[in-house]
Structures are given as C-alpha cells and as structure tokens.
Design a protein around this ligand. Structure first.
Ligand code: GLY
Length: 427
C-alpha cells in the first residue's frame, strides 16, 4: 500500500506515524512534509495548493490513498480533482469543506437545522456593522467569514477592539476576500473542547475529545496561536456531555450536510463549548486539528488507515475503536516571536535524547533536515508528546523531554494539561 499525506505540520507527522503502523504500508510520501516526515517517508517539495501537480504525482506513483491534512487544499477542491481522475483520497469535497471555508455558511446551517450555537449577525458592509456595535453587549466575537489561517476570530472586550477587528476585515483587508463578510457573534462562556468524528456522510465514529491551548502564554494569556499544546481525554467531557455533543451536534450536522446536497466524508472537527445551557458549536473544521491530533492518535490502538480506506471505498461500518487506557499531552515548542514574525534556521539539539524517554514521541512541525541535522523552519517547531497512566506522569515525561531539547529562542507553555491535574481554578 502506498500513501500520500498532504501537509507539513505536526498533524501530518502524527498522521503519518499512525498510518505507518499498518503492516500493509509499503511507501509513504509527504507533500511537502518536514524534518520529521523525511525519516518516516519521502518528502515531495510541492505546493499543497498546486492541485494538478499533486494529482499527477499520485497517478505517477500509483498512490493507493491520499490523506489531506490542511483545510486550504480541501476548500480549493483537491478531493474533487482526485475523484474525477478515479483516485482514492480521504477528506471532504469542496462543497462540504465549505463548513470550514465559510463561517457564514456554517452559522446559517446551524440555525436552519436548530443545532445549538451562539447568536450571530452577518455583515457585508462596514458602516452597518459599526452601527450594530453601538448598541451591542460586550464582550462579543468578530469573525471573518473565510479562511484566515486561524487569525480571523477576535474576542472583543470593548467597542474599540471590535472596531479594530472590523477595520482589519473591511478597511485594511488583512484577510483579503476572507474578510469581505463578517459575523458578529455572542460571546459564549464555558470550557472549549474539540470533538473529531470520522464519517462517510451517514454514520459517525467519534474520537476521544481533546482540548487545545490557543493562547501563547501560561494561564491563557497573550495573543492567539495555531495552538501551543493539547491533551486528551478530557475529565470534564463526561459520557453524558459526549453523548449530547454527538446526538445534538455531530450527527445532526452530518445529516444536515447530506440534506443540503453536500455529503460530508472524512473527518469533521467540531469546535465546541460546554456552557451552562449545554454544549454549543463555536466552529467546524473540515480536517484533523493541530495540535489535538498529536494528543489523540497516540492513544488510538485501532488501525486508522483501514478506517480511512473504508470511508473512501464506501464500506464504513460500525467500528468499535480501541483506546489505550492512558492519557496523552503534547507540548508545542515554538520559535522566538511566534505567533508574530520569527527567524528560522537555528539548529535543534537534543532530539535523540528526548525520544529515549519511555512514552515520549516527538512530532515535528516547522523543521527541516539537512546533513543529518535538524533546523527550525517555522513558528511551531516541535510537538513533544507523552503518554502516561495519568496526567501527573505524562506531564513529567513530556517536560523532562522538553528540557533535553533546545534551539535558539525556543519557548513553550508550562501548563499544558495542568488543569487535568488541578481542576479549572488552578489550571
Ligand atoms: N487546533 C485548532 C485547529 O486545528 O484549527
């Protein structure tokens, strides 16, 4: 079996690591990959948005299954292009990927089908949005409609902050076309979590819930990032909460997409919040989350490749997933300056020593391998992941591994999964 993975982050390294555990795997390619995937398989230095080039490569290499990591190629229609050529690919078509590609589409879908979410108004004119703000309650959330590399959502405590967020969308056009429409949304209070479901457009198979740490500094301070760490499973997502999330949100959304003629196949990322009125939707993504994947897949004992293939081949059935009776966390090591501008090209030392710690895996992200050495090549550089019997043990292993690694300007959060040890107050 030959597999091609699109993307080059920590998520793609983790997907490849998991898929490579299937004994039928012969070859694995990453496009474009990173310094870690270069060891697991072969990196192909193509742009993940060059759809024709990618499909040509898959044909030439006779790839049996392509798995898409990031949202942009999905929203651009990579799955449609592959299907037209009769090639197998895991992920939603562009008509279904719109659930992430347009927040206005997703919000209207939720409203139409009565699926719990925050109240929101849509604006395509700056002046009307400003008028709305004049009588709005704060805090509120301003969201750019389209893909904005995780930077399009602003929680605004004041009128001035909301005006600045609208300026970014409509006046300076920071997000290009993605900001030509905005949602002004009710701020929901509660604990956020991510629930991923594998689906063939009909049946759903939930993975373990995970939590992402979006802010750059400990204690959830500082600017938003792509994610500075994650952990799974979640002590506050009880069986009851999980059932509510599945039955009131994930399953109805998959059915709603089918009714809309936008059958959703692949992995649906439900970004949820547990409020005092129950679980509500914050957002959907059309792909695995990063860095949640790094904390979920090390706990999965079942074969992921087999399930992905069954979705693509149309024989997805009621799988009973096997999970390790353990917990997992991942700590992101980032470049100095991230999430703003940063320099790259610094040598990373200590990887081999860190990997020797029992239960530790290092999933690489913004890295590059050259002459047997690994160098920084992005904002989020490494995901130091540890599995343990409990979070005290897993945290001890992960942070012991972190201490062995260094590169110039390296920074990371020290409180990943701490709330799973101490509860919300001190976490
Ligand atoms: N962890 C957030 C995301 O993958 O979008």
């Amino acid at each position: 079996m030959k597999v091609l993975i699109i993307g080059g982050g920590g998520r793609e390294h983790t997907l490849g690591w998991k898929i490579a555990q299937n004994p039928a795997l012969e070859e694995i390619y990453f496009l474009p990959g990173n310094g870690g995937t270069a060891i697991l398989g072969e990196n192909i230095p193509f742009n993940p948005l060059d759809l024709e080039k990618i499909v040509g490569f898959a044909e030439e290499k006779r790839i049996d299954l392509t798995v898409v990591g990031p949202e942009a190629p999905l929203v651009a229609g990579l799955v449609n292009v592959f299907e037209k050529r009769g090639l197998k690919i895991f992920g939603p078509r562009k008509e279904a990927a719109l659930i992430e590609g347009s927040k206005v589409f997703a919000k209207n879908l939720l409203k139409k089908y009565g699926i719990p979410t925050g109240e929101a108004e849509v604006f395509s004119e700056y002046e009307k949005a400003i008028d709305f703000l004049k009588s709005a309650d704060f805090p509120l959330v301003v969201k750019a409609d389209g893909l904005a590399e995780g930077k399009g959502v602003t929680v605004c405590q004041t009128f001035e902050e909301a005006v600045k967020a609208l300026d970014d969308c409509f006046l300076t056009k920071r997000f290009g076309d993605a900001g030509s429409k905005v949602l002004i949304e009710e701020y929901l209070e509660g604990e956020e979590f991510s629930l991923f479901v594998l689906t063939d457009g009909e049946e759903i198979l939930p993975l373990l819930p995970a939590q992402d740490y979006k802010r750059v500094y400990d204690g959830d301070r500082g600017p938003n990032t792509g994610g500075m760490g994650s952990y799974a499973p979640l002590f506050f997502v009880t069986e009851e909460v999980k059932t509510e999330a599945i039955e009131k949100i994930a399953r109805p959304v998959v059915q709603a997409m089918k009714e809309e003629g936008r059958e959703y196949k692949g992995l649906l990322y439900c970004g949820l919040i547990l409020t005092s009125q129950g679980v509500k939707v914050l957002e959907f993504n059309c792909r695995f989350g990063d860095p949640e994947t790094q904390a979920i897949l090390p706990l999965l004992e079942s074969d992921l490749l087999e399930i992905m293939l069954s979705i693509v081949e149309g024989n997805f059935r009621n799988y009973n997933l096997d999970w390790k009776k353990a917990v997992c966390l991942t700590v992101v090591l980032a470049s100095k300056g991230y999430p703003f501008s940063y320099q790259t090209g610094f040598e990373i030392k200590g990887l081999e020593e860190a990997k020797k710690i029992e239960g530790v895996e290092i999933f690489q992200a913004g890295t590059r391998r050259e002459g047997g050495k690994v160098f920084t090549a992005g904002g989020r550089v490494l995901n130091v992941t540890a599995v343990g019997d409990n979070f005290v043990e897993a945290r001890a292993k992960a942070y012991k591994a972190v201490e062995k690694i260094n590169f110039e300007g390296m920074h990371y959060r020290k409180d990943i999964a701490l709330k799973a040890v101490k509860g919300f107050k001190n976490g």
